[in-house]
Every structure is written in structure tokens, then in C-alpha cells.
Design a protein around this ligand. Structure first.
Ligand code: ZN
Length: 519
């Protein structure tokens, strides 16, 4: 299979998703990261549409993007005007990018209904605009909007649009599946038919409305496209664009296409998480290849098999995309799940110890704990089995009050008595709630002996009321997320009392912060 070029439009089409709004800073940092990864084209925005994109292109010009080509996006000239008079085309040239993508109509219905002009004028708009930008020495990519719908409605006209763009010098013709409703075999067939009459390199731009954004892109490559447009993590308008984070490993590992260097592919998981972080959306745990759960095994039989031979329940070696095999610890676990996790932490366990951890987990889950998300609590159980393990602190007492008094409002106060390195510390903390006060008191009692706790910060606190019918002894479960030095972890506690449930998760979290291996 040939070289396939990736074209990432996260910064333009991706930002049309609800919930995403990027600052110029955000866009620049994503640009740099995508370029370092080796994406061939990065579409930065539409300079004719807003001042933010104008500033972005000015500042992006100063970035070292290596071999990656930055792309400005815009539409063809307006009807009944000249390119010279067209403000949009001028904004595109002023963005000073090596490549410009022009979008134009290829469905006759849209030309008449939306553009409200003649089929001939639309062809002239496309031809003139492309020739104008080619004269200015730019690489020009032509996005044929609604191409597949247009081809089915009026094949001759859709092909005439491509021919007009090609004759004006377009370097690429992109067949856009704008409404996202096509199925893979339709896409492959139409690309093949286009290939028979058009010699200019073809690309595809698919959306995911039929759940086939990735499949349609792969089908387009089979049909003869050598450029694939999409977005990192599939962000985009409505249900999203074709997801490059899935398409890339599919092309490279399953279809034998040459896309990026294999060592770059190993950074795919990190890239995907980075972009999720910058756009401020939770990373999708269940995304193919790069999700946290993509190679996670929960059933005891699966884990036992993976321990013997990793390919028994995995379609690829997760390291190829920078992900890892995980064994999920829960009441469904077998001994293999525990062994696998211990091995990953470099801890040798004998058979009795494995059984003890497994029994503890099953008992605690029966009491209301859940360990699937609270991996730090599981790791802590394993650390505690290490020979010579010394608990960094030990609780003696805690005391928490919450009061609401007339004219004084709401106040919570906690005192904590702990033994730390042989000393007994007695510390008080105030907060806007009892858990907040307890957290401060415990943190303050430890930070002098353990200065590494200085940067610790709680990032999430979740309470779940457990259904009495499930047979759990505790009625409240608390999950707490902490973060320090770029690392996040989750611990769990359960009890009939919300303060005690919180304490158990909290004290596990602080202990984990002090003993975790990757500090
Ligand atoms: Zn699109």
C-alpha cells in the first residue's frame, strides 16, 4: 500500500464540536505537538472568519514545524466578484501558510439552493480562486463539499467540479462526506469511479454521523485516496469527524500503509491524551487503541490467558501505539489479575500473599468498596506486602465538627492525631466542609515530615450512595482523585458514615503519594 498523508483539522473542524473553545495559546501548543508527532498537514483555522485565527497564523509562523505543512482554510471567491476584490482570499494569502485549502460546492442542489447561483458560475468561482492562489505560489487543496451526495444526485456535475479544480492547478482533490451518512462500500465504490477519470491525487474528509467515519476513511483509501482528513480523538461538529487516532494505527498496522515512523506511532496514546487535556475534555477510556481500557482485562480467565501469552486476548501489541496491558482488579478477578499487577510494580508475591490480596479485595468489595477505578488503593495493598514496608503515618484519632450559627454562617473544623516518624502530631484544619477540613488537617500534620506533599492537590471527590439491596454492608462510597507533579491517582473508601468513608480514601491517597514507585 502507498504512502498516506494525514491532514488534521482538530483546530478548525474539531473546534466546531459543542464544549470546545480554544485560545490562541491552546491552538499553538496543539499545533506544535501534532507537528512533532509527524502529522503531514495541520489545518490551523479560517483566517477570514475571526481575529483569533488571524493572530494564530501570525504566531504559528514563528514555530518550527519541521516537515509538517501548516494550512489555512477558506472558501472560494464569492459569486459575481473577482479574486482580487475578494477579502476572504486575501485573508488566506495573508496567513502566509505554504498550503491553502479551499472549500467549494460539488452538489448541484447546494449550488442552486444555498449558494443561489448558476452551475457555471460555481465552476468559475472554483477555477478562478484556485488559479489565483496557485499564481501566488501556494500548494492548494480543494475540498469538494458534499461530494458523495453530489455524485449520487448529479454525477456529471460533481465530476465537472473536480475537473475544474484540477485544470486550475489544485494539488489535491478532497472528496468530502460532509453529512456523514454514507456507508463504507458506497464510499469505496465512488472513490474508485472518480479515480478512473481524475489523475490529481485524491483525499477524503469523512464525518461520523452513521458511525462509519473511520470505516469510510479506510474504504476511501482502498478506493484510491492517499490523503485522509480527520481530527485527533474524532472531535468535530455533531457526532464528530473521522477519528485519526483510530485511522492511523488501522492504516499502518492493518493495511500496511506507510504513514508515520513506527517510533512516532508509539507516542500516539500520549498525543491523544495531551490533546484531550488541552481541549479540556475527559479522555475517552474506551477509545480503540489509545483508551485507558483498550487493553484492560477484567475477567479472570482472560487475565490468566494473557499472562501465558499476551496475544490471546489482544489484537495488537499495545506498545506499538504507546498503550499498555492492564489487569483490572475487582471481585471478578482471579489470581492472575493480582499477579499481573504485582509484576508490573516489580513486587514478588508468593501464592499465599496473592490469595490474601484477592480475599481482601473480595471482602472489601462486598463491604461497598470498588477497585476498578481506584487503582492506587490496589497498588497500596501490594506495596504493603513488600518486605520491610514501613507505613509512613498512622492514625490515632480524628475529630470533625460542622456548625452553622446565626450571623457566623457555616464552618467546619477537623483535628487529626497521627504518629509520624515516631512523633505524635496533633493538627487542626478549617474548611468549607468537613472533608475539606479533614484533608487540610491531615495534610498539615504530614507536610513537615514529608515536604514532597507540598504540591499535592485534590482534583475530584465523588460520593455514591449504595443501594441497600445490593447486599453491601456500607451505604456510602467515596472516590477521591489527587494530583501531584503531573501524576493523578484515585483511591476509594466505603463506610456507613460519609466522614469515615472519606477518611479511608483520603489517608490511602496520602500514603500512596508517599510510597508510589514512580515519584
Ligand atoms: Zn468537515
Amino acid at each position: 500500500m502507498p504512502q498516506v498523508f494525514l491532514y488534521d483539522t482538530t483546530l478548525r473542524d474539531g473546534t466546531q464540536r459543542e464544549d470546545i473553545s480554544l485560545s490562541v495559546e491552546d491552538k499553538l501548543s496543539i499545533t506544535k505537538r501534532l507537528a512533532d508527532f509527524g502529522i503531514q498537514y495541520i489545518e490551523g483555522g479560517w483566517p477570514g472568519s475571526n481575529p483569533k485565527d488571524v493572530e494564530y497564523f501570525t504566531r504559528a509562523a514563528e514555530l518550527d514545524l519541521g516537515a509538517t505543512r501548516l494550512v489555512a482554510f477558506g472558501s472560494t471567491r464569492h459569486k459575481h466578484t473577482t479574486c482580487k476584490q475578494d477579502a476572504n482570499l486575501h485573508a488566506l494569502l495573508d496567513a502566509n501558510t505554504p498550503t491553502i485549502t479551499l472549500v467549494g460546492k460539488s452538489w448541484d442542489y447546494h449550488v442552486r439552493q444555498v449558494l443561489d447561483t448558476t452551475l457555471e458560475e460555481n465552476l468559475a468561482m472554483i477555477r478562478d480562486s484556485i488559479a489565483y492562489l496557485k499564481d501566488a505560489g501556494r500548494e492548494v487543496i480543494f475540498d469538494a463539499e458534499h461530494f458523495f451526495d453530489g455524485f449520487l444526485a448529479n454525477r456529471d456535475y460533481a465530476l465537472a467540479v473536480l475537473e475544474a479544480a484540477a485544470s486550475a492547478g489544485a494539488d489535491w482533490l478532497i472528496l468530502c462526506e460532509t453529512n456523514g451518512g454514507k456507508l463504507p462500500w458506497e464510499v469505496e465504490q465512488i472513490v474508485r469511479e472518480v479515480r478512473q477519470t481524475i489523475n490529481t491525487p485524491l483525499g477524503c474528509h469523512c464525518h461520523n454521523d452513521s458511525g462509519c467515519g473511520v470505516a469510510n476513511s479506510l474504504a476511501a483509501v482502498r478506493g484510491g485516496c492517499t490523503q485522509v482528513q480527520g481530527t485527533t480523538n474524532g472531535y468535530g461538529e455533531r457526532v464528530g469527524n473521522a477519528n485519526l487516532t483510530t485511522i492511523l494505527p488501522d492504516l499502518q498496522l492493518k493495511m500496511d500503509c506507510q504513514v508515520v515512523a513506527p517510533e512516532r506511532l508509539r507516542e500516539l496514546t500520549a498525543l491523544s491524551r495531551y490533546v484531550a487535556e488541552v481541549v479540556n475534555l475527559k479522555h475517552d477510556d474506551h477509545a480503540p487503541y489509545i483508551g485507558h481500557s483498550a487493553f484492560a482485562h477484567k475477567g479472570g480467565i482472560h487475565v490468566a490467558a494473557v499472562l501465558k501469552s499476551s496475544d490471546t486476548y489482544q489484537h495488537i501489541d499495545p506498545a506499538l501505539v504507546g498503550n499498555e496491558t492492564r489487569s483490572i482488579i475487582s471481585e471478578l478477578s482471579g489470581r492472575g489479575n493480582i499477579l499481573y499487577r504485582a509484576q508490573a510494580l516489580g513486587i514478588d508475591l508468593n501464592g499465599d500473599e496473592v490469595q490474601k490480596v484477592l480475599n481482601d479485595i473480595k471482602r472489601l468489595e462486598y463491604e461497598g468498596f470498588t477497585f476498578e477505578a481506584a487503582e492506587a488503593s490496589v497498588e497500596l495493598m501490594l506495596y504493603r506486602l513488600r518486605p520491610g514496608y514501613v507505613q509512613p503515618f498512622e492514625l490515632i484519632d480524628y475529630f470533625v465538627i460542622s456548625e452553622r450559627r446565626q450571623n457566623r454562617g457555616l464552618l467546619s473544623e477537623a483535628t487529626v492525631k497521627v504518629r509520624v516518624k515516631g512523633d505524635v502530631k496533633f493538627t487542626a484544619g478549617e474548611g468549607n466542609g468537613p472533608v475539606n477540613a479533614l484533608t487540610r488537617a491531615l495534610h498539615d500534620s504530614l507536610v513537615e515530615a514529608y515536604p514532597t506533599l507540598q504540591n499535592l492537590c485534590m482534583t475530584d471527590y465523588k460520593v455514591r450512595i449504595l443501594d441497600g439491596a445490593t447486599g453491601t454492608a456500607a451505604s456510602i462510597r467515596v472516590l477521591i482523585d489527587f494530583q501531584s507533579d503531573g501524576k493523578k491517582w484515585t483511591t476509594v473508601g466505603a463506610s456507613p458514615n460519609i466522614i469515615e468513608a472519606s477518611w479511608r480514601a483520603l489517608s490511602d491517597s496520602m500514603e500512596y503519594a508517599l510510597v508510589r514507585q514512580d515519584k
